[in-house]
Design a protein around this ligand. Structure first.
Ligand code: BGC
Length: 774
């Protein structure tokens, strides 16, 4: 053992409490001063989006009020880079970021994205995403968020919000809440004018608190400017007019001080929404065929007829403007809006804007972010199989590259509006999904390009076939001689608005892998995927290595070459479970035929799985996964070299939290109660990073039915030189050790023995210990 260092898990706040509160007071003061000068019409304009085409040129904007020198607020997607703009970077998706299990990279990625938003003159990032969480493995937007595990997603939300806001842009935690499927995510109007409501996500209070709300609590703790309510209904009521969710939980229970904003056309009423706690409507304009605005003049009318109080409207304006001032967005040298964004929006809406026949020059905001993108892309790649050290490659002389995911894009550099299908474009590597969280590429380094560049360094040959139709029927006649290694690239697309229909990777992937592996006894499969796949070919004897590389962003080829050649030792871990077969995941997307829609509210999705999604489902039913949650290999090996040590942080048992409304919930909630210490060592012959994970099992005799077998409650990524060992300390908070009591309406620590297990995945937990608090 070369050294022993201590990794502390305590979060060090960015600002100290005293300056935070004086900044807050100053921001409220400025907001009040601004508010006091507004007419009723101006107040309604601050709470209602302005037309994107005539407004600031953003996907959403609050219009300027020039007599008060207020230049407006620009809202833009999305969570993986600046969407609908030119000369911006395509960052790794949220899913890829979660697969790094690296807090520091989560923060750095968000700070770099935030830099680009600010440099474009935008004020609000419409992200990060904790809903969908990933209840459905085929959910079309799972990749925009992080992980199907609430704890891991919570950590990623916290670091992303702090990262975004460290650059002075506002973060919006979205989509709140239960937005787990794209199918019927919003209401639709039939040809005869009948309204059919959005799907209702129906869940009990414990499931809400312990699964879907959990990452939003971490979000609120990081103080995002805003929370976006989602399209769906929640227990029959649209989230944007759901008083329990907006007033009750966000404000009263969690003490959220920012503002709420609707998803685009997710508002369905005026006073009902406002009195339920909705502060801002987006996009705020009525566009036939797209949606209706319920705010604007209707807000003024509601105030005039008394159904909305002036105090409530003032509170909405105050909440919005306080965040604007708190983040210093009123400063005179805040970057002006990049004019290119208006033309990108315009071309996207396919409108003729007269004078905008030529594109104004875009401001290049990419800086040196490519380096970080390449790093996060590699760190989010998960090595699933590696027989006899197949990887890293050692100077192969003849490399085969196969599959339609390996090469260049052939249908343009943007997936914003993919063809109306859920598999996207046939040719071209997949580094980001489609829809509002997609980003316009300025370039993409393809896997084939990066592999060719590596091969040139050693004068190696690269042969390739990118046509999956040809591969699927085993037409390899152009290949001679048989390559030393055959690398197959598969892709699985998803975009907002659709759910996936297949667990297998797209484009006949199983036939492609089997055909290549039948002929090449050293086959490596790399998947670029939006999430969970089945891998029916995983146990083919000639499939010697598998990497789930997720969606790595524009440097994708370099990221994967770094892993294949071993410049980067793989350290990603699965943020979800890969099943042996799709039937092992038993949570179908609600999907009604038109005959089944017998009344407008017919779309119902009952979350009867409760707390048991992803690995909790597999553990509860004792189903053997193909690759379990938290799993990932390295080119080196790690061991836990001591037993766990448990250190209570207080001699007395904590007082129970008050039932019902909690005055200062987050402080008490996050109070650390116990430290668990483990020691991890690198026992192999390469430097590398281990992700040590802590899972907790609650005492079954004192927790309600439906409690998972074990839940993730800590992780730490430890960089270790060969032979090095480090102590890893997991600090368990009151929240980590509590369940939500529906009877008390409070978090409760169960009496009895908890089992703590520490190891390298949800199924590889070599060390365990018991602890009790009460
Ligand atoms: C999406 C949001 C997005 C908004 C603006 C909506 O369709 O659900 O995630 O922020 O559009 O583009």
């Amino acid at each position: 053992m070369r050294s022993l260092a201590l990794i502390s898990l305590a979060w060090v706040g960015l600002v100290n409490a005293a300056s935070a509160s004086s900044d807050w007071d100053a921001a409220v003061g400025k907001a009040n001063d601004f508010l006091s000068q507004l007419t009723l019409a101006e107040k309604t304009a601050v709470v209602t989006g302005a037309n994107p085409l005539t407004g600031l040129g953003c996907i959403g904007s609050i219009g300027p009020i020039s007599r008060l020198n207020f230049s407006g607020i620009c809202f833009s997607d999305g969570s993986s880079g600046v969407n609908r703009a030119d000369l911006t970077s395509v960052f790794p998706a949220g899913l890829t970021t979660a697969a790094t299990w690296d807090r520091d990279l989560m923060y750095q990625r968000a700070a770099a994205i935030g830099d680009e938003f600010r440099a474009k003159g935008m004020h609000v990032v419409l992200g990060p995403v904790a809903g969908p969480l990933g209840r459905h493995p085929l959910g079309g937007r799972n990749w925009e968020g992080f992980s199907a595990d609430p704890y891991l997603t919570g950590v990623a939300m916290d670091h992303s919000i702090r990262g975004f806001q460290s650059t002075g842009v506002q973060a919006v935690a979205k989509h709140y809440i239960g937005n787990e499927q794209e199918t019927q995510r919003t209401n639709l109007t039939l040809a005869d004018g009948t309204n059919i409501d959005a799907v209702s996500s129906n869940m009990d209070d414990r499931t809400l608190h312990e699964v879907y709300l959990w990452p939003f609590v971490d979000a609120i703790n990081a103080k995002p400017a805003a929370v976006m309510c989602s399209y769906n209904r929640f227990n029959q009521t649209y989230t944007c007019e759901n008083s329990k969710l907006l007033n009750g939980i966000l404000r009263d229970e969690l003490g959220f001080e920012g503002y709420t904003v609707s998803d685009w056309y997710a508002t369905h009423s005026t006073e009902d929404s406002i009195n339920a706690g909705l502060d801002m409507e987006m996009p705020g304009t009525t566009v036939p065929g797209q949606g209706v605005s319920w705010f604007g003049d209707r807000v003024a009318a509601a105030v005039e007829n008394g159904t909305v109080s002036t105090d409530r409207l003032d509170e909405m304006v105050r909440r919005i403007m306080t965040q604007y001032y708190l983040l210093g967005q009123d400063i005179t040298d805040y970057p002006t809006l990049d004019p290119s964004s208006l033309s990108v929006i315009a071309s996207q809406y396919q409108q003729e804007l007269g004078s905008l026949v030529t594109n104004p020059p875009a401001r290049d905001v990419r800086g040196d972010h490519a380096t970080l993108i390449r790093q996060v892309g590699a760190a989010g790649a998960v090595l699933l199989k590696n027989v006899n050290g197949t990887l890293p490659l050692v100077s192969p002389a003849n490399i085969g590259v196969f599959g339609n995911d390996a090469g260049d894009l052939t249908d343009g550099l943007v997936y914003q509006d993919p063809p109306a299908t859920n598999v996207g474009f046939e040719y071209g590597t997949l580094d980001i999904g489609g829809g509002s969280s997609s980003v316009r590429h300025t370039y993409v380094v393809t896997p084939l390009e990066a592999i060719k560049a590596r091969a040139r360094q050693t004068n190696a040959r690269v042969q390739y076939i990118l046509n999956n139709e040809r591969l699927a029927v085993g037409d390899f006649h152009s290949i001679y001689p048989v390559p030393d290694v055959c690398i197959v690239f598969l892709k699985t697309f998803a975009a907002e608005g659709f759910d996936r229909v297949s667990f297998e990777a797209d484009w006949n992937s199983t036939a492609v892998v089997n055909q290549v592996a039948d002929k090449c006894n050293n086959t490596v499969v790399v998947t670029h995927s939006v999430g969970v796949n089945t891998m029916p070919w995983a146990n083919h004897t000639n499939v010697r290595a598998i990497i789930a590389a997720h969606l790595p962003g524009e440097e994708t080829g370099n990221s994967i070459a770094d892993i294949l050649w071993g410049d980067v030792n793989p350290s990603g871990r699965l943020p979800y479970t890969i099943p042996v077969q799709e039937a092992d995941y038993d949570i179908p997307i609600a999907n009604l035929t038109s005959d089944e829609v017998t009344y407008p509210g017919a779309w119902q999705s009952n979350f009867t799985d409760g707390l048991l999604i992803d690995y909790r489902h597999f553990d509860a039913l004792d189903i053997e996964p193909l690759y379990e949650f938290g799993f990932g290999l390295s080119y080196t090996t790690f061991e836990l070299t001591t037993d766990l040590s448990i250190t209570p942080l207080s001699s007395a048992a904590p007082d129970p939290l008050p039932a019902g409304n909690q005055s200062n919930p987050l402080t008490d909630f996050y109070a650390p109660l116990v430290n668990v210490t483990a020691q991890v060592a690198n026992t192999g012959d390469r430097d590398g990073a281990s992700v040590v994970q802590l899972y907790l099992s609650m005492p079954s005799e004192s927790t309600p039915a439906g409690t998972p077998v074990r839940v993730l409650r800590g992780f730490e990524k430890a960089q270790l030189a060969t032979g090095e060992a480090k102590s890893v300390v997991f600090q368990l908070s009151r929240r980590d050790l509590s369940y939500w009591s529906t009877v008390d309406q409070a978090w409760r620590i169960p009496a009895g023995q908890f089992q703590v297990q520490v190891g390298f995945s949800s199924r590889d937990l070599p060390k365990s210990a018991q602890l009790s608090i009460l």
